[in-house]
Design a binder for this molecule. Structure first.
Ligand code: GEK
Length: 242
């Protein structure tokens, strides 16, 4: 399938709060690859991490799955029918498209695609939980509770992979790194206006935390081993093992 180009913010417009609606679904694969440094590498890495961490007869949760890129990469890589993936998103438009994509592949590992709020999801027997650029969209006050519930749902030796846009602790350096991200978007064909309008739409919707804050949450939840396994500019992916 050819990917439709993201032109959502190409024309001047009244900026509304960013939503994962049908318009976004139509261009999502192009949007995320041109906006998130390392996205394709992270998806591949998640599949490789899954090869090491998925345990027999366990469940893998893909929380805020969008079109299910991480789930698909795992199903392609981990050839097991005794495990299953549960992929969840609260955007009806995303879930409808995700279901269509996932059902067009026939891999050994089954997948359940569900429209649900990850704040209300019951999880258990998990060998791997993925939050690939999702936690940053939750109100800050809900984040610790979710990480706590993930820890409780994980089997011993299971892991959480958390990818996030992050804020750097040192303000001047943070500004340089944000500029480098904007340069990355420009190199990928976004105009200054598109970058500025998208940034305004995401204001108060995508709320990044520092690496230190994420580490504190892991420790509070009970994880004793955690680190980053990927970073480009202000986009990082962490792994925490129970
Ligand atoms: C990927 N992981 O391609 N419950 C369920 N879903 C939610 C919630 C919530 N409370 N809040 C936000 N979402 C994907 C990319 S995108 C990241 C994840 C981005 C969903 C939201 O609907 C959207 O689909 C996803 O989280 C974030 O590997 O677009 O920057």
């Amino acid at each position: 399938m050819t990917e439709r180009k993201d032109t959502i913010f190409a024309e001047p417009q009244d900026i509304k709060k960013f939503e994962f609606d049908q318009k976004v679904v139509e261009v999502f694969p192009d949007m995320i690859k041109r906006s998130v440094p390392g996205y394709t590498t992270i998806i591949q890495g998640i599949a490789e991490i899954a090869q090491r961490f998925v345990q027999p007869n366990s469940t893998i949760y893909d929380l805020g799955c969008s079109l299910g890129a991480a789930s698909l990469a795992i199903r392609q890589t981990v050839d097991r029918s005794d495990c299953k993936i549960i992929a969840i998103d609260n955007s009806p438009a995303m879930i409808e498209r995700c279901q269509m994509i996932q059902s067009s592949y026939n891999f050994a590992m089954p997948i359940e695609v569900m429209e649900a709020d990850i704040n209300e999801l019951e999880m258990s027997s998990a060998s791997m939980v993925i939050l690939n650029f999702t936690l940053q969209f939750l109100p800050r006050g809900h984040r610790q509770e979710l990480v706590d519930r993930i820890y409780d749902a994980l089997l011993p030796g299971g892991c959480l992979v958390l990818s996030e846009k992050i804020t750097l602790q040192h303000k001047a350096l943070d500004e340089h790194i944000i500029d480098l991200h904007h340069d990355f978007k420009k190199q990928n064909g976004y105009s200054d206006m598109e970058i500025a309008q998208k940034r305004a739409a995401l204001e108060n919707v995508l709320l990044p935390d520092t690496r230190e804050k994420h580490y504190k949450r892991f420790a509070n939840a009970g994880f004793s081993e955690y680190d980053s396994w990927f970073q480009q500019y202000n986009f990082a992916s962490f792994i925490a093992v129970k």
